[in-house]
Design a protein around this ligand. Structure first.
Ligand code: ATR
Length: 279
């Protein structure tokens, strides 16, 4: 049977997800469709009922419905429950189960690019404390690091991330000034705020003056693919991790939840990068 997949969100007309999932289906020789459902909030319930009638295999959920979808689901994976947001839904026997693959996708992508980073002597700094940071922080706390500190404009929001710490790994909450002063302590710095995103491509969340050579600077923004944050990290001899890789790995996990199959990402990662660079 051809796969019936899709994405709910608003606005989503420029989404890269149909391209990504078409690549996955082609790679695995599977037949199917991945359709965009750009809907308003009042259309959420009827759209989900239509999905049930249509016999969808699953769908993704993006901004602004990652939380609003939850009351319409029959069950939640513990990660999605704790994070309070769903980006992937699978339908089995007419029942809908919600997952959140953002954090795990991020961890898969960083392990793949920098396997030397994930070990018990390494220190991580997370910049930002929004929805994306929450998922990433939860997934990171399950890995072996020495500490994972969080810096955010609003300190209270940074503190609220501690609720999703799975292991009790050490975390300090910092101001951006403190983060700038102590930057040389970190092996991995993850930028999760919206600062530097198109069209404000010259903005940068903190100064990287104190970045240590060899530290990995990671940005989850992928438009532009090379943010000012990453360009400046490179000038300081930092190693860089581009945002499109989290996008692809969270999609790989979603596809695995729907089909049970793990798509190899070798060529797709490069193709997506070229697409974003307009090559
Ligand atoms: P997402 O789901 O993409 O993470 P979000 O939940 O709206 O989006 O979170 C946005 C993040 O970017 C937050 O950490 C936000 O900081 P606050 O918690 O202080 O609001 C951060 N952010 C957005 N604009 C910012 C700015 N101009 N300066 C500093 N931080 C900013």
């Amino acid at each position: 049977m051809p796969l019936k997949l899709g994405l709910i969100g608003y606005p989503i007309s420029h989404s890269l997800s149909p391209w990504i999932h078409d690549q996955f289906m082609e790679k695995l020789g599977m037949d199917g469709e991945y359709v965009l459902y750009e809907i308003t909030k009042s259309e959420l319930e009827t759209t989900i009922n239509q999905f049930k009638e249509k016999g969808m295999d699953g769908f993704n959920v993006t901004v602004p419905y990652k939380e609003a979808i939850i009351p319409f689901l029959d069950s939640l994976h513990p990660d999605a429950e704790k994070i309070g947001a769903v980006n992937t839904v699978v339908m089995e026997n007419g029942k809908l189960k919600g997952y959140n693959t953002d954090g795990q996708g991020y961890v898969r992508s960083i392990k793949q690019s920098f396997p030397d980073l994930v070990e018990s002597s390494k220190r991580v700094l997370l910049l930002g404390a929004g929805g994306a940071a929450r998922g990433i922080y939860r997934a990171l706390t399950n890995e072996s690091f020495k500490e994972i500190d969080i810096a955010n404009r609003t300190t209270e929001k940074a503190k609220s991330l501690l609720e999703v710490n799975q292991t009790g790994i050490e975390t300090k909450i910092l101001s951006f000034d403190q983060a700038e002063d102590t930057l040389a302590n970190y092996d991995l710095i993850i930028q999760t705020t919206s600062v530097g995103m198109k069209p404000y491509i010259n903005d940068q969340i903190i100064s990287l003056e104190n970045l240590r050579a060899g530290t990995v600077a990671s940005d989850i923004i992928y438009q532009p693919i090379a943010t000012t944050f990453l360009n400046n990290a490179e000038k300081q001899q930092g190693r860089i991790h581009l945002g499109h890789s989290m996008l692809l790995y969270q999609a790989q996990l979603a596809f695995q939840i729907w089909t049970g199959k793990q798509v190899p990402l070798d060529t797709t990662l490069l193709k997506l990068e070229q697409r974003l660079r307009g090559i």
